[in-house]
Design a protein around this ligand. Structure first.
Ligand SMILES: [Zn+2]
Length: 284
């Protein structure tokens, strides 16, 4: 039976899995953000990882994205729903609105962004970074729950931890992006390298500083929206099993088929060992 991976963003530290247990995993790339909670909902297996660690102690630049994706892959996770709080870059995406982005712009600067290197080279396609099949399932789940949803859109990922200046915010706006966050890159790239389906559920908490109204918004109202978004996220995750059997096949699990350029005969044995959960099927 397949396992769904949930990476939780700010405020989401528990999704109420049944028969759950915590698993501590070490990877060749270090430790994930926290212990992974494995359990079930309506007979479907889930693995939950809080991206910032429980209690929110890891900032976006410090997250060990490679360890997080590697750990989920090692547990047998095939599909990841990445849940993230974001700022809205469009008037029509009001605070509380849900967005399913289908594109990303990576403006991060200081993060390890690949499993490859050290003697093995691979170039995966990121043209369509989101799995269309799993996207469709999550879309149906959200619509069935009646939440306001923007389908598709571009998520720009900045390094942070500071928010954008107004000049930057207007620049991102001129690029046509829909939401802004600090965590979905290189997460999406690594999920693709690990041949996993990846979908982002972005929940708008506020307008970025481009918006004139922003200064009038109180901290209380942002926290209220954040808390409501956490409850919506849990509700959505709990409804995934109702739609999962409608899922179509996709090509995510073949992402590396033509991507590894290095002659297998000269791939260093230590890389073959450390990347076994990811490239093992191409080495036999
Ligand atoms: Zn897929």
């Amino acid at each position: 039976m397949e396992m769904i991976g949930i990476i939780g963003g700010s405020g989401l530290y528990n999704i109420g899995l049944e028969n759950s247990r915590e698993i501590e995993i070490e990877t060749p790339f270090g430790n994930p953000s926290d212990k992974i909670i494995v359990g079930e909902l309506k007979g479907v297996k889930f693995a939950f990882l809080p991206r910032h660690g429980r209690g929110h102690r890891i900032m976006p630049s410090e997250i060990n994205y490679r360890a997080n994706i590697y750990a989920l892959k090692s547990l047998g996770v095939k599909r990841i729903l990445s849940i993230s709080a974001v700022g809205s870059m469009k008037e029509e995406i009001s605070p509380g609105c849900l967005v399913l982005p289908d594109q990303f712009i990576d403006f991060t600067k200081m993060r390890e962004n690949t499993f490859f290197g050290d003697g093995i080279v691979a170039h995966v396609s990121m043209a369509e970074p989101v799995c269309p099949s799993f996207f469709e399932i999550i879309r149906k789940v959200i619509l069935s729950r009646g939440y306001p949803l923007k389908e598709g859109g571009t998520y720009i990922c900045i390094e942070g931890p500071q928010f954008s200046t107004k000049a930057e915010s207007f620049l991102w706006r001129s690029m046509g992006v829909d939401v802004i966050g600090m965590t979905n890159m290189p997460e999406a790239k690594l999920a693709r390298e690990a041949e996993m389906c990846y979908v982002t559920l972005a929940l708008a908490t506020d307008y970025d500083c481009w918006h004139q109204v922003e200064e009038a918004v109180s901290v209380e109202s942002i926290i209220k929206i954040l808390n409501e978004n956490v409850e919506k996220s849990k509700d959505i995750v709990r409804s995934i099993p109702d739609f999962l059997e409608q899922i179509n096949i996709c090509e995510c699990e073949n992402s590396l088929k033509y991507a590894i350029i290095t002659d297998p005969k000269i791939i260093p044995s230590e890389k073959k060992t450390s990347l076994k959960p990811i490239i093992g099927k191409y080495l036999d």
